[in-house]
Design a protein around this ligand. Structure first.
Ligand SMILES: Nc1ncnc2c1ncn2[C@@H]1O[C@H](COP(=O)(O)OP(=O)(O)OP(=O)(O)O)[C@@H](O)[C@H]1O
Length: 575
């Protein structure tokens, strides 16, 4: 072969090698392999071997050739460079070594029906194993029931729900109860060794993550029905939960948000929790507006139930925003001064409320701001001050009343003055967020009055009784609920020295010791029944600070992302 042909042949081979390089690198990038594997496969790649062979050939040839061109000399010096020499030597070392794990030889006398086994070694640390086991009632075999997300077993990727455990640390689990297996695991130190028969058809993991707000309390430590109390996760009303696994119809896996742990915990599914609530509910005498405490007995599910509210007319106080006093419970002639409102709250149906992250678009209407708090804590004062600070931005909703207008009053300003028939019609058509009767006159805040303010581009601020929370938590109003909490009795005494409490219709007097105590009791009840609906909690201590806190909360509601019921954003079915 002449020089020209040799040159042409060399160029063709180099071109082929280089296109192989490109192909190989593309292929490696698409493969899901870790760095060490990638390096190993690249160093073992046939193109690299060929390339290195060519470079060696060139180096040998060049040594013998005289009068070489400048390019050839440059190539020679590049190929002799320490980096390339190091690459060649690394390649040789890696290519010669066998990195596969050394496995014992397969015995010759294996029976044909021998099952595939997997030996799993996990190093025990302070963390739980993160798996639950169960026993097949008929065969007595022990299976992995579930692997907890983010736990030790899950992170190892070696144990799966449905794997049959045959040995633990060299001992057969044949005939053992799950508790005995767990005991054995708990006793062992350091490495845990499982011999398992892997499940043949592992279900594909197509779980979607779901975010919910808990509407009930739950404590795994007091639930005798939980498969493993240590793997359970407790939660309280209002907690945000990220549900990572719903594959089991009874026990879901979830993390509490904001999540500090990588490991999920077991929680009852919607249906299971609902069932537990119902069972527990029917076993208890009716206790309106009290939270049923976890039961001492271990046979009853220890759940703290949401408030058992019936829909219909309620004997209750009413708001000062309707120019009425809410403290009728203290009044001496309660029959004369009774107030009635409606409530539509029944959290028994939904122990979890699906939520999504929502941020108001600047062009969208503002969210309604609703203040709740025990009577006398100062919700009306705070609402008034907020509007006074910036009447262009904030506005209250004009209430409706059936009482006659006074000479100085103007319909649509202090109140919408309407007759009784029209009022009852509005009640019938569910047009009120809340309403009540006082001294033979009706008072109420209508949905339309709130919408008027929101449609004008302002932020509507109202104060409501807690049982009206459900009527403002709607897609159209997207209410942001701020709970106003009293400070300690000492601070109340100090800050309310010169304040007047309204005990009756426009009947004011200085605060007394018992007012503070009553407020504390009312606040505790309100929190235990309704805390799951509070988007923000503020303590009304010093007025100035409280106004700043309130302004901040209102800004957060309008401008920052918040968790809101998923039904506000998209129509959902019950899950
Ligand atoms: N942080 C505070 N410091 C001092 N006084 C306050 C503070 N907050 C409210 N007050 C005063 O306490 C009294 C009761 O407040 P407010 O009328 O707003 O109560 P409320 O929560 O609306 O209850 P109700 O509807 O029963 O009147 C008012 O005189 C008010 O000025």
């Amino acid at each position: 072969m002449g020089d020209v042909d040799r040159h042409r042949d060399m160029v063709a081979r180099l071109r082929q090698i280089l296109s192989d390089v490109v192909e190989e690198v593309k292929h490696s990038i698409n493969k899901e392999i870790n760095g060490a594997e990638l390096l190993y496969s690249l160093l073992n790649a046939p193109w690299l071997k060929s390339l290195l062979k060519v470079s060696l050939g060139i180096l040998t040839d060049m040594r013998t050739v005289r009068n070489t061109s400048a390019e050839a000399r440059e190539l020679y010096s590049l190929l002799r460079g320490p980096h390339l020499q190091a690459l060649i030597s690394t390649h040789d070392m890696v290519a010669q070594k066998d990195y596969e794990p050394v496995l014992p030889p397969i015995p010759d006398n294996l029976p044909d029906d021998e099952e595939a086994m997997r030996i799993v070694c996990l190093v025990k640390n302070k963390q739980q194993l993160g798996a639950t086991i169960k026993r097949n009632g008929i065969t007595g075999e022990i299976f992995v029931a579930r692997v907890i997300h983010g736990g030790l077993a899950d992170r190892s990727g070696l144990l799966h729900a449905g794997d049959r455990i045959t040995e633990v640390n060299g001992y057969s689990v044949n005939g053992l109860e799950p508790e005995q297996v767990i005991e054995r695991l708990a006793r062992s130190q350091g490495t845990l060794m499982f011999k398992v028969v892997p499940i043949t058809d592992r279900p594909v993991n197509n779980q979607t993550i779901l975010y919910v707000r808990a509407m009930a309390d739950y404590s795994p430590q007091q639930d005798p029905a939980i498969p493993c109390a240590e793997a359970g996760m407790d939660f309280r009303k209002g907690d945000l939960l990220e549900i990572v696994d719903q594959s089991d119809s009874l026990w879901w896996q979830a993390k509490k948000l904001p999540s500090t742990s990588a490991c999920a915990g077991l929680i009852p599914s919607t249906n299971l929790l609902r069932r537990k609530q119902k069972e527990f509910w029917w076993s208890q005498p009716y206790q309106p507006h009290t939270c049923i405490k976890p039961c001492e007995s271990s046979t009853v599910s220890p759940l703290c139930l949401p408030v058992p509210c019936k829909t219909g007319i309620y004997l209750t106080g009413f708001r000062r925003s309707l120019r009425l006093c809410r403290r009728q419970s203290l009044s001496t002639s309660s029959s004369q001064q009774s107030f009635y409102t409606r409530s539509g709250y029944n959290a028994l149906n939904n122990p979890y409320e699906e939520v999504v992250r929502y941020q108001r678009n600047p062009q969208d209407k503002h969210r309604l701001v609703a203040l709740v708090g025990p009577s006398g804590v100062g919700v009306n004062e705070l609402r008034r001050r907020l509007i006074k600070i910036n009447p262009v931005t904030f506005q209250g909703a004009v209430p409706h009343t059936t009482r006659a207008a006074r000479s100085y009053e103007e319909s649509g300003k202090e109140y919408h003055f309407i007759n009784r028939e029209l009022f009852e019609n509005m009640v019938y058509n569910n047009r009120f967020l809340e309403y009540g009767e006082y001294k033979d006159n009706f008072y109420g805040t209508s949905r339309d009055a709130v919408k008027d303010v929101l449609n004008s581009g302002r932020i509507c601020v109202i104060d409501i009784e807690p049982h009206a929370i459900q009527s403002v938590r709607t897609h159209e109003l997207k209410a942001y609920i701020i709970y106003v909490k009293p400070p300690t009795a000492e601070r109340m005494k100090e800050t309310r020295k010169d304040a007047q409490i309204t005990t009756n219709y426009y009947d004011n007097r200085p605060f007394k010791e018992e007012d503070f105590q009553e407020m504390e009791v009312a606040a505790r009840k309100m929190e235990s029944h309704y805390c799951q609906f509070f988007d923000s909690v503020m303590v009304n201590d010093g007025l100035q600070d409280s106004c700043v806190q309130l302004l901040r909360a209102v800004r957060r509601a309008q401008d920052e992302p918040q968790w809101v019921p998923a039904s506000w954003i998209r129509p959902t079915e019950e899950f």
